[in-house]
Design a protein. Structure first.
Length: 292
């Protein structure tokens, strides 16, 4: 199953179009894409047992983030040996963990507003949690994953390291710094979920290329470790790390510029694309009453 957020409505993606879940289920399930994770197993059972037929085509520009309002967003650093080496860091056990604030989550084809001249890319496999996970055994970890998505852990490199201690969370949480999608792909759609090719292409040039099998700490170990510190909730996101090829590690350094085209792909999961724009084009902040 491939689940999408189509114009704010939960939809199942078929080869010839999409099915609106609320309509197809006669109201059994909500139109809200985030609400589906609270009833993930029930939804998956319904979808597998229903004869779904596409009722509408869709334009990729209508796609929103498939998990638009996660309660928690975790991310792993230095989880690929080649990336650790390119930044001059030792591969550590366990991999360092930081958070991206949920407000950074963005649509798969949303413009990326650049807040400075030091914005970098990091393609990552994103796990979407399907049920509450607490002290999960590694042998059962995959059963807690609702599905997979493509993600970019966009980073403002100066904010990331300024101050007496690195500000990873701030440097990685500007609006739009967590595009994910285009869908949530369930594990039955993926032959080898622990060995998928992933890449970043900038203006037609391949900048990153790797395989998820190169992770130093795989999905079972990662999910088990996180769940032994804090509960993982349905719809939470886990960015699992990036391979080598980031702009900050190049000589000379390469950062994103207005007009750049950033394409991120993961085998069997999909492709997302960001057009980089100047900050002057950013939307005005929401009034305080709408941020609460």
């Amino acid at each position: 199953m491939k689940l999408a957020n189509v114009a704010g409505r939960l939809s199942v993606v078929l080869e010839d179009g999409v099915v609106d879940v609320e309509q197809a289920s006669n109201g059994r399930f909500s139109m809200d894409p985030q609400a589906c994770f609270e009833r993930w197993e029930e939804l998956a059972l319904w979808a597998s047992g229903s004869s779904l037929s596409a009722v509408a085509p869709f334009d990729s520009s209508s796609l929103g983030a498939p998990a638009p309002r996660p309660r928690q967003v975790f991310a792993l650093g230095l989880n690929y040996g080649d990336h650790a080496r390119e930044v001059g860091a030792l591969s550590t056990k366990p991999a360092p963990v930081f958070t991206k604030f949920p407000s950074c989550i963005a649509a798969p084809f949303a413009d990326l507003v650049l807040p400075s001249e030091f914005v970098d890319w990091e393609v990552e496999l994103v796990l979407v949690v399907g049920r509450e996970a607490w002290e999960v055994d590694e042998s059962k970890a995959w059963s807690y994953v609702a599905g997979l998505s493509v993600g970019q852990d966009i980073t403002e490199r100066h904010v990331q390291v300024e101050g007496a201690a690195p500000q990873f969370c701030l440097g990685k949480s500007f609006p739009g710094f967590g595009p994910i999608g285009p869908y949530i792909v369930t594990l039955d759609e993926v032959d080898t979920p622990d060995d998928l090719a992933l890449s970043t292409v900038l203006n037609g040039d391949v900048m990153q290329r790797g395989r998820t099998s190169q992770m130093l700490f795989g999905v079972p170990e990662t999910l088990s470790r996180l769940s032994r510190v804090c509960p993982l909730w349905p719809g939470d996101l886990i960015f699992t790390g990036t391979p080598s090829g980031i702009g900050n590690a190049r000589t000379p350094k390469v950062f994103l510029r207005p007009g750049d085209d950033l394409v991120s792909s993961i085998e069997s999961v999909g492709t997302i694309q960001q057009r980089c724009v100047n900050r002057s084009r950013a939307l005005r902040p929401l009034p305080l009453s709408r941020r609460m």
